[in-house]
Design a protein around this ligand. Structure first.
Ligand code: RP5
Length: 154
């Protein structure tokens, strides 16, 4: 089974999911921020259009407390994840066309009852920081590192 073969991919508190390998440059920047914050994360490249069976398995098995969902164009991925988990989902719109406005609106305009928190276009640093702040609500050590990062000390 996909999730068993990829057990290591589902165990961190933060899960980064991107819709395409073509988003890798944005994923890398999220990773850099999470690295500065000394946080573990998993990364999966799973499109809600092309790999939805694997994505569903991943989500059913994930141990994440917060998801960072990175997608461009008609960016259904964050909303798709939010429909399948009650954990917070942070969407990062990617500029692939129309200066990223298509992706931004796709992520932001969720129906009532299924929220997605959305950061700016091509701003994975804020996506990572917001995910850390969510974890920091219940984890003082994370909150301290977030505090230092925000003051430029990390
Ligand atoms: C989205 O479509 C992905 O997140 C990516 O930003 C965009 C284009 O994907 P590719 O056609 O490059 O795989 O699903």
């Amino acid at each position: 089974m996909w999730a068993e073969e990829n057990r290591k991919m589902i165990e961190a508190a933060i899960s980064i999911i991107a819709g395409s390998k073509s988003d890798a440059n944005i994923v890398k920047r999220a990773e850099e921020t999470l690295g500065k914050l000394e946080l573990d994360y998993n990364i999966a490249y799973l499109s809600c259009h092309r790999n939805f069976e694997d994505l569903d398995i991943y989500l059913r098995n994930s141990k994440a407390d917060v998801f960072i969902a990175i997608a461009g164009l008609s960016a259904q991925l964050p909303g798709y994840i939010a429909a399948r988990t009650e954990k917070p989902v942070v969407g990062v719109p990617v500029n692939k066309a129309f200066s990223g406005l298509d992706s931004l609106l796709s992520i932001v305009q969720m129906p009532k009852g299924i929220p997605v928190a959305c950061v700016g276009v091509d701003n994975p640093e804020n996506g990572a920081l917001l995910a850390a702040e969510i974890l920091g609500v219940k984890d003082n050590d994370v909150a301290k590192r977030v505090h230092q990062y925000r003051r430029g000390k990390k």
